[in-house]
Design a protein around this ligand. Structure first.
Ligand code: F6P
Length: 409
């Protein structure tokens, strides 16, 4: 059998575990005797002719071990929406490039928008009778992919959010003074990551008093009344708030502070979604007359590989390996997934889904996992999320700083 040639790319927002999936793809491909080429900056870079020979760039086990603990998308990323399948010229050109490079399988590590890329390439491949396989390997800190119990990248971001929120609470609580701190957490359409703030510790010792998710429309008056009640009995109130929180008529709170002209990306998402905490801190200060602070965890929460969850890294790597095995088994237009077997002891098993069931869809936090007043998550949420942040992978330090793989030129 001739050597198979795998093309791998990373797409969408990075995570602290996205390179663990890449390391899994490369390790499994090498064990199977395959050649592996990387797309620079996702499918957009590949179509512009930018690739990297991974045998040269990552020659040995040492390089793969460093890759595992290197934050962000080492191959580079893109947010690029493929045109509709009617655009035959586009797909003919894309497949001509794949064939010219001698590609047998494409593995794409990404979120719901990236699964749209796999779905479209796979659909064209089927209609054109192409033997090239297309497999999606999931990642997103937003944890909003349907069909899979959770998504690699989420556990590490959740561990960072819980850790940082707990530390912020201790700092906010030092003065004998009334104050309200809003911690803004990523998650464009779903509150999975904001909910992770509730894993920060005991109430009064780190856990925010309130957690606001996009799943429940924000009632500003009800929120301020609740904060005011809390301030009657304690000094320090902390609110974890998702960047995706909206009003009852669907307007993003963040949109009220986003600079005019920020615009949308190719998938129609508001680019640089941020400002929710600033807005709420301003309103609270004006209406309640207390000290307020807005803390945006921003991109720190998805690149903080120094507090990556071992569970997350292990699962990310395993799904990368599964993707290669699936492609070599002849599977296509599939996404690798995780099924939960049990919460305690925590156990999952790998699965393969039809990527069409996943692409462009969003999985919200179930309403039953959010408190009746919509301002907190419940014990069910915690039971689900707690195992995903478990475990630490040893890290090598050089001159006091975590060792990382050098960026690609
Ligand atoms: O990939 C998901 C995500 O991290 C969201 O949580 C966030 O809203 C968005 O990406 C930010 O995108 P960008 O990196 O393009 O600013």
């Amino acid at each position: 059998m001739s050597e198979k040639h795998i093309l791998v790319g990373q797409s969408g927002g990075p995570t602290a575990a996205i390179n663990a999936s890449l390391a899994g793809v490369i390790a499994q491909a090498r064990e199977a005797g395959c050649r592996v080429t990387g797309m620079r900056h996702g499918i957009q870079g590949f179509l512009a002719g930018h690739t990297v020979d991974l045998a040269q760039a990552l020659p040995d086990e040492g390089a793969l071990a460093l890759l595992l603990r290197t934050p962000a998308s080492w191959l580079g990323s893109c947010r690029f929406k493929l045109p509709s399948l009617d655009d035959m010229a586009f797909y003919d050109d894309a497949f001509a490039r794949l064939e010219q490079a001698g590609i047998d399988a494409v593995l794409y590590i990404g979120g719901n928008d990236s699964m749209d890329t796999i779905a479209k390439l796979g659909a064209h491949g089927r209609r054109a009778g192409s033997p090239i396989r297309f497999i999606g390997v999931p990642k997103t800190i937003d944890n909003d992919l349907v069909g899979t119990d959770h998504t690699p990248g989420y556990g590490s971001a959740a561990k960072f959010v819980a850790t940082a929120t707990g530390e912020l609470f201790r700092d906010a609580d030092v003065y004998d003074l009334k104050s309200v701190t809003f911690v803004e957490i990523m998650g464009r359409d779903a509150g999975w990551l904001a909910g992770a703030a509730a894993l920060a510790g005991e109430p009064g010792a780190g856990r925010p008093d309130l957690v606001l998710l996009p799943e429940v429309p924000l009632d500003e008056d009800a929120l301020l009344a609740r904060i005011s009640d809390l301030l009657a009995s304690k000094n320090t109130v902390m609110v974890g708030v998702s960047e995706g929180v909206r009003t009852a008529d669907g307007r993003l709170i963040a949109a009220q502070t986003v600079a005019a002209g920020t615009g949308t990306d190719e998938f129609g998402h508001l680019a640089q979604l941020s400002g929710t905490s600033r807005y709420l801190a301003g309103v609270t200060k004006a209406r309640l007359g207390v000290k307020t602070r807005a803390v945006e965890l921003s991109t720190l929460q998805r690149c903080a590989s120094h507090v990556a969850s071992k569970t997350d890294l292990d699962e990310a790597r395993e799904l990368g390996r599964l993707g290669v095995r699936a492609a070599l088994d002849g599977q296509s237009v599939k996404m690798c997934a995780l099924e939960r077997v049990s919460d305690a002891p925590y156990e999952t098993r790998p699965a393969l889904l039809d990527v069409l069931e996943v692409a462009n869809k969003v999985k919200p936090v179930p309403r039953a996992w959010i408190s009746a007043d919509g301002m907190d998550v419940t014990a069910n949420f915690e039971r689900y999320a707690r195992p995903l942040i478990a475990g630490e992978e040893p890290m090598t330090y050089v001159d006091g700083i975590p060792a990382r793989l050098a960026p690609l030129a």
